[in-house]
Ligand binder design. Structure first.
Ligand SMILES: C[S@@+](CC[C@H](N)C(=O)[O-])C[C@H]1O[C@@H](n2cnc3c(N)ncnc32)[C@H](O)[C@@H]1O
Length: 251
């Protein structure tokens, strides 16, 4: 049953809208006005009619919905790379995660859906505020967005005696944060970095080796969507490079 205050995704005629069940304000769409107060108490998958009689299917938002609907402030980590980070770090529901930079918070949100707690740091106040709104929209109360430079924040976190199971870094100077990551990781914990360029990935490689991390590997993940057309079927010819992921483990 859908509870009052839960995040919902409404879909009708190829369009979709994020909303909150029980919101006093009705949702205005070009397919009609939807009374959100009528949603609590209904079942997931039920259809609710707008005042024009268009039926909206109500579903629980999932991570790919967040990827499409979160307000972007920059390039997010793509789902194929997020998948690799989750798989190779073994992210799980007991984990406490440190992430930087937050950007729009896409990676942080995917991890927040799985992990117990995510602290994510963003140097730009404006981007941090946007990411906070995105987490609110996603209903992710376990993702704490801090407006902070990760290098300074890492020192503070050490002072607070915090330890993390997984640390993810997606920022230009990720290599500089590697020594701090080593101090904050639990033994057996994983560091995952995402670098769009060879040079950044090489700097990270050198840093994780210097810091004594083990089980180090760097990958790029290729994804080729099939294109179906009258002429034939083939992998998409769009160039697919996103970034290099380096995984390293603390022992
Ligand atoms: C590519 S974006 C991150 C995208 C994010 N991982 C996502 O999936 O939405 C990189 C972000 O790192 C932030 N950043 C750069 N240096 C930083 C630092 N020292 N501490 C915290 N954030 C930093 C930038 O402001 C930028 O928003």
């Amino acid at each position: 049953m859908i509870e009052n205050g839960e995040q919902i995704l409404l879909r009708a005629e190829g369009r979709e809208y994020f909303a909150v069940a029980g919101d006093e304000k009705p949702m205005h769409t070009d397919l009609g006005i939807v009374d959100l107060k009528a949603v609590p108490g209904r079942e997931w998958g039920d259809t609710i009619a707008s005042h024009k009689g268009v039926g909206f299917t109500v579903v629980r938002p999932r991570a790919p919905d967040l990827f499409r609907h979160m307000k972007r402030t920059g390039a997010p980590v793509m789902p194929k790379d997020i998948g690799a980070i989750i798989a190779y770090t073994g992210l799980c529901p007991t984990d406490v995660v440190l992430d930087a930079g937050t950007g729009s918070g896409v990676l942080a949100a995917y991890m927040g859906i799985i992990a117990r707690k995510v602290i994510t740091c963003e140097a730009s106040e404006q981007f941090a505020a946007n990411a906070r709104k995105n987490m609110q929209k996603a209903g992710l109360h376990n993702v704490e967005v801090r407006h902070a430079d990760i290098l300074q924040e890492m020192e503070k976190l050490q002072g607070e005696g915090l330890v993390f199971d997984v640390i993810t870094l997606d920022l230009q100077d990720a290599a500089l944060a590697v020594p701090g990551a080593r101090k904050l990781l639990r033994t057996g914990g994983f560091l995952a970095t995402y670098s769009p360029f060879f040079e950044q990935a090489s700097a990270v490689r050198a840093a994780v080796e210097t810091e004594g991390f083990q089980d180090i590997f760097t990958i790029t993940v290729s994804e080729h969507e099939m294109e179906y057309s009258k002429r034939g079927t083939r992998p998409s010819t769009r160039v697919g490079h996103t970034g290099f992921i380096t995984i390293a483990r603390k022992f």
